[in-house]
Design a protein around this ligand. Structure first.
Ligand code: PNS
Length: 158
C-alpha cells in the first residue's frame, strides 16, 4: 500500500490545498493530511480546529485521513509508513523554499520521496494568508475556502 503525507500549516485549509489533495489522492492508495503543530507560530486556528475542519471537508474520501503532528516531517512519515511527501507549487516564488525543504528532508531520509504537483491556474494566487486577509476585512471568501471553513473563519472575525 502506497501511503503519502500531505503536510502543511493549513491555517486555514484552502480550495488550493483541496485541489492538490484531491489530485494526489488518485496517485496514492492512502493520503494522510499532516497538520503541523507550530510550537512558536501564532495560528488563527488551533491544531485540533484545523484537523476537525479538514476532516469535515474530506469526510467522503475513504483514502484520506487527517492528523496533526509535531517534530520532524520525515519522522512523521516514517511512523506513518509513508513513502512520499506531497507539496503543491504555485509559482516560481515557491521554488526556493520548497527546494530547501526537499533538500533537508532528502538529507535526513533519502528513501522518502517528495512529489510536487503544480497548482491549478485558478488557485495559483491563493494562500492561507490571502484568504485570512480577505476574510478579516469582510470580503467574499466563498471561492477561496471550502464552505464549512468559510463559515468558521467568518465567525472568527465576526
Ligand atoms: O504549509 P507550510 O507552512 O508551507 O508547511 C510547512 C511544513 C509543515 C511542511 C514544514 O514546516 C515542516 O515540514 N515542518 C516540520 C518540521 C520539519 O520537518 N522541518 C524540516 C524540513 S523544513
Amino acid at each position: 500500500m502506497r501511503v503519502a503525507i500531505y503536510p502543511g500549516s493549513f491555517d486555514p485549509f484552502t480550495n488550493g490545498h483541496l485541489d492538490i489533495l484531491q489530485r494526489a489522492s488518485v496517485l496514492f492508495d492512502h493520503i494522510i493530511v499532516g497538520v503541523l503543530v507550530h510550537p512558536a507560530k501564532k495560528c488563527l486556528f488551533s491544531p485540533e480546529e484545523r484537523v476537525e475542519m479538514i476532516s469535515e471537508v474530506v469526510k467522503e474520501n475513504e483514502n484520506i485521513r487527517v492528523i496533526h503532528f509535531n517534530g520532524l516531517l520525515v519522522d512523521f512519515c516514517r511512523s506513518a509508513g509513508a513513502c512520499a511527501i506531497i507539496r503543491g507549487l504555485r509559482a516560481v516564488s515557491d521554488y526556493e523554499y520548497e527546494m530547501q525543504m526537499f533538500s533537508v528532508n532528502h538529507q535526513l531520509s533519502p528513501d522518502t520521496e517528495t512529489v510536487f504537483l503544480m497548482s491549478s491556474p485558478k488557485f495559483s494566487f491563493l494562500s492561507s494568508s490571502i484568504a485570512k486577509e480577505v476574510a478579516r476585512y469582510g470580503g467574499q471568501i466563498e471561492d477561496l475556502l471550502p464552505p464549512n471553513i468559510a463559515e468558521l473563519i467568518r465567525h472568527k472575525f465576526a
